[in-house]
Write a new protein. Structure first.
Length: 88
């Protein structure tokens, strides 16, 4: 079987523009926070998907930034949000 080589086919755009962060960790100072609406989606370990995504995004941003920032998240069920604070 021979695989054909195509020419002139444009590469599709990425789903999100590169460099555009969903969460603005870089603009936060110690004590600042933001809230994201809570969903009912959960992972197998019981952790809410929104909270997990925020924590993963914070860890990735921290690795790219190279500075020692720490973030903490808490679910506020009364308000229906996941809140993330910069703690250092």
């Amino acid at each position: 079987m021979t695989i054909a080589i195509d020419k002139g086919i444009p590469m599709p755009r990425p789903p999100r523009s590169a460099g555009r962060a969903r969460y603005r960790f870089g603009a936060m100072e110690v004590g600042d926070s933001f809230a994201v609406p809570l969903t009912d989606e959960r992972y197998g370990n019981g952790r809410n998907k929104v909270q997990q995504r925020i924590m993963c995004a914070a860890a990735a941003w921290k690795r790219r930034d190279g500075r020692a920032h720490d973030f903490s998240t808490q679910i506020d069920r009364d308000a229906g949000v996941v809140r993330c604070w910069r703690i250092s």
